[in-house]
Write a new protein. Structure first.
Length: 230
């Protein structure tokens, strides 16, 4: 399989990261027959070539560079036939979502992380096997933001289409990823969420061994137990 990687303007893009994924039955064994443990790079003219691919498989080629991403899916490879002209044109995410994370009384929660994940790209990483976890993280292209002092946030560089999102780091009352449709080049405003405020209480105590002697340097971690155990 061979082709070119093109930037958003249609020009050849050298040194772009390329990931090969296999879809369908037996996708793990197919990818492990090809050396994809590290991502490939396009050459100085933006071209790439993948040799030794098992036939009768459905492949996806994904290329990414900084804030741009492109993919071609459903590529069929027949025995003894070279598939040429599989060009991948990258696109920059130009959309955004803006909103506010608050407590139930409307107070903004500062410093709260918020993550957005385009669902179409998420589906590609779930349906195909790329051989290593780092590839899936680059393909999903999660975007992160953080709330300001008033609980307001913005996540930019989003690709158009359906995007799921959720705040992080707190116990969310209705834990279900929300979905918004992000138009190309536009910002979706009012993407708000009500979350529990971060805890402000303090726990203190003493760590001892079985004979009651103090244990210096012990690691202590606090967490909330499930209701079934309380």
């Amino acid at each position: 399989m061979s082709g070119r990687i093109l930037d958003p303007d249609g020009s050849p893009l050298p040194n772009a990261r390329i990931h090969l994924g296999a879809c369908g039955e037996g996708k793990q064994s197919v990818v492990f027959q090809v050396d994809t443990r590290s991502c490939l790079l396009s050459d100085a003219t933006g071209c790439y070539r993948l040799d030794g691919l098992p036939a009768s498989s459905s492949y996806s080629v994904v290329a990414c560079e900084e804030l741009a991403l492109g993919m071609v899916c459903g590529i069929q490879v027949e025995p003894g036939i070279a598939v040429q002209g599989v060009d991948v044109r990258l696109e920059r995410g130009r959309g955004a979502i803006r909103g506010r994370v608050t407590t139930a009384d409307g107070s903004g929660i500062p410093g709260m992380g918020v993550t957005a994940r385009p669902k179409a790209l998420q589906a590609v990483s779930e349906d195909c096997f790329f051989g290593w976890a780092g590839a899936e993280q680059q393909i999903r292209r999660d975007r992160k933001g953080r709330t300001d002092g008033g609980g307001r946030y913005e996540i930019a560089d989003l690709h158009r289409g359906s995007t799921s999102w959720a705040p992080e780091g707190v116990e969310i009352r209705a834990w279900e990823r929300n979905t918004v449709d992000v138009p190309d080049g536009q910002a979706v405003v009012g993407v708000d969420f009500i979350a529990d405020a971060p805890g402000v209480e303090t726990l203190s105590g003493r760590v001892t061994d079985t004979e009651g002697r103090p244990v210096p340097g012990a690691f202590v971690q606090a967490g909330k137990l499930p209701q079934s155990l309380t």
